[in-house]
Design a protein. Sequence first.
Length: 162
Amino acid sequence: MPYEWIDTEHDDGAELHLWPYRSLPRLGFVWFIGGTAALISLPLFAALGTVILWGLLPFLGAAVAGIWWALSRSYRDGALTEALTLAPDRISLIRRAPDGSEQRWEANPYWVAVRLYPAGGRVPHYLTLKGEGREVELGAFLTEEERVALAEDLRQRLARLR
């Protein structure tokens, strides 16, 4: 699962780290680009020594560069992280966007409600935390099953804090 709980030893609190799932690791990225470049260059062998080679080369190079750019953009967009800190006196959520900006939310854990909307949200089983007059989403990039499991886990941990 693309999230993990870190229990703090000095009190009853815990920290939750969430991140989008990465299906292609960096090594796989290198192999994919290398394989694509190798397979795309196969037609060039037939055109070696001809003028046609120079006509095909820019388009094949642009195709590899386009794939490289798209996968790199996907990695940059996946740099999103969320950190939820549970403490007996405060709960806080920090969402770090790929551009480095941060959004923060804090509330008293006694009054925080974990809400799971089966339908009608931005995604199926939309997970939110409501407290201090605001409702914030949590883990929109998780799968439906992961959001349902996380909601139940959050409810249990908040009940232990109260």
